[in-house]
Design a protein around this ligand. Structure first.
Ligand SMILES: Cc1cc2nc3c(=O)[nH]c(=O)nc-3n(C[C@H](O)[C@H](O)[C@H](O)COP(=O)(O)O)c2cc1C
Ligand SMILES: [Mn+2]
Length: 501
């Protein structure tokens, strides 16, 4: 198999695997779907296809990305680390030695060349074409997500622009608050590429296309933090192993995925005054306040005849976007390692809304190394917005928060090992005194060296292997039961789980 070719193939696959429930009862896109979905997401439940949304002919799909299993199904990979390995094998390509490696290298180069999007003549995304007065966003079952939201928001869009100077394409996921039948706001935040394309527009209109209801990998790619000059559709093509097929838009000079369920074509006019977007119940767990954002005017609404509308609701973590974020965490690890090779692994806790905390393990080689890595992360793409960083040694499992907490408690002298710095912060971070800039916290929880001002570092307690094997061997004999407590290492976590009950 390969990753699903479009949203329908994806829905069929989810359904076959018992990962999707169809709901025929009439539901309201105003708040009701959020409450249903929130309960299902937080209990690890299935994707939901609401077939009867009040006031719309179009079904609404939600929670397609809500679990690790579904995220892996989307990529058709056993684990997200396998997806990362595919990216890593290209990034880490060395000049080949010998014929075998040359052939492997060629195959990998070909896989990159094959990733480029490809123009096709026609696509299902243009089966229905509505222009002029025919454009009507009210046709779609757009959700109002939270009680404090002033209007419905399109929440899972792939927003396509081109850099007016370079001509390079960008795809970003930026929510869109509905203003009326034919316009929305465009919430591209301060640090985002779509906003940069808009700002680089000298005057007049920048064409913008919005694709809704894509195959899951292309949808994911819209949320991926690629460097500005790289086309997210190329990443999608690389990850699926086939080019994204594009059709020419009907009313603007852009191309859109031929497989989309719905496309909004339009423009943002540099000369139109900004409007007041928000507030919006955001992925920080708080309402982000109303702010000025540009208006997106829709010149065409094209779609499949019986288009399915995709949605997602963010809110207090964990929400459905958790696994989109985890996919990025895993898939970008090889790229992060290219820049800071001493990084062994990292974890961006979901509860930390991703930008609030990074836990990173390093191969420590010199005094002050943890600080070097902190500053490296604070200088790296979107990771530069990270508010706090915890650095641990290579043998610490960054995904085991209990263990990380243990190292922070045990290894840190706050006076010696805490770095307070300053820098750019996430657009939505409400904590800093001034929006966009503020404090940064680094905690060096590695074992300290004498050169770092530490006294001789004590040895960690570990049972010796011989005794562990002895106890493993004799476990039945003791008659304690609890099979799962065998085998030293694994047992600690099991015990923790027992203690938590
Ligand atoms: C569900 C979801 C909603 C998002 N909403 C926004 C948003 O409204 N504005 C924004 O700037 N970024 C938003 N993001 C994050 C961007 O999609 C992400 O930073 C992406 O890398 C942006 O693309 P770019 O790097 O090409 O600008 C959202 C992400 C997800 C997963
Ligand atoms: Mn981008």
């Amino acid at each position: 198999m390969a990753p699903p070719a479009d949203l329908r193939a994806w829905i069929a696959r989810l359904e076959r695997e018992g990962e999707l429930v169809r709901i025929s009862a009439e539901v309201d896109a105003d708040l009701e779907i959020t409450e249903i979905n929130d309960r299902v997401v937080k209990s690890g439940g299935p994707a939901l296809l609401f077939e009867n949304v009040k006031g719309s002919r179009h079904p609404l799909l939600i929670n397609q990305f809500g679990t690790e299993k579904r995220m892996c199904m989307a990529f058709d990979a056993p684990s997200l680390d396998d997806v990362a390995a595919k990216v890593g094998s290209v990034l880490e390509m060395q000049p080949p030695e010998g014929l075998r490696e040359k052939i492997r290298g060629l195959r990998e180069l070909k896989s990159i060349a094959d990733s480029r999007p490809r123009r096709v003549r026609s696509g299902a995304s243009q089966e229905v074409v509505l222009t002029g007065d025919g454009v009507d966003l009210d046709l779609l079952p757009i959700q109002r997500c939270w009680p404090g939201d002033p209007a419905p928001f399109i929440t899972l869009p792939a927003v396509i622009t081109k850099d007016p100077r370079e001509g390079t394409r960008n795809v970003g996921m930026y929510r869109m608050q509905v203003r009326d039948r034919a316009s929305t706001f465009m919430h591209w935040q301060l640090h985002k590429d779509g906003r940069a394309d808009w700002l680089a527009t000298e005057e007049g209109r920048i064409p913008v296309a919005v694709a809704l209801g894509l195959d899951p990998v292309t949808c994911y790619a819209a949320s991926a933090p690629l460097p500005k000059h790289l086309d997210e559709l190329m990443l999608a093509g690389f990850l699926t192993g086939r080019s994204v097929e594009l059709v020419k838009c009907r009313t603007i000079d852009l191309e859109v995925p031929a497989n989309a369920e719905v496309v909004l074509e339009g423009y943002v006019d540099k000369d139109e005054p900004l409007g007041t977007e928000g507030p919006f119940g955001d992925h920080t767990g708080y309402y982000s306040p109303a702010e000025p954002f540009p208006v997106f005017r829709v010149t065409a609404l094209t779609m499949r005849r019986d288009a399915i509308y995709p949605s997602i609701v963010v809110g207090k973590p964990p929400a459905e976007d958790a696994w989109l974020g985890k996919a990025t965490e895993r898939i970008f690890l090889p790229a992060v390692r290219q820049m800071v090779p001493e990084i062994v692994d990292y974890d961006l806790p979901v509860a930390g809304a991703f930008h609030n905390c990074v836990i990173v393990s390093i191969r420590k080689r010199f005094p002050g190394h943890a600080r070097k890595v902190m500053h490296g992360i604070w200088g790296l793409g979107m990771l530069s917005l990270t508010k706090s960083i915890v650095v641990v040694d290579e043998w610490v499992d960054v995904h085991d928060y209990e263990e990380v907490f243990f190292r922070v408690g045990a290894n840190v002298d706050p006076k010696r090992d805490v770095v307070l710095s300053e820098g750019p912060l996430d657009h939505l971070d409400h904590a800093p005194t001034t929006q966009f800039v503020g404090g940064k916290l680094g905690i060096d929880a590695t074992a300290k060296w004498p050169e770092e001002g530490a006294r001789p570092w004590p040895e960690e307690i570990e049972m010796d292997a011989a005794t562990r094997e002895l106890v493993d061997r004799r476990w039945e004999e003791y008659g304690i039961g609890l099979d799962s407590l065998r085998n030293g290492a694994g047992s600690r976590r099991v015990l923790q789980r027992l203690l938590q009950r």
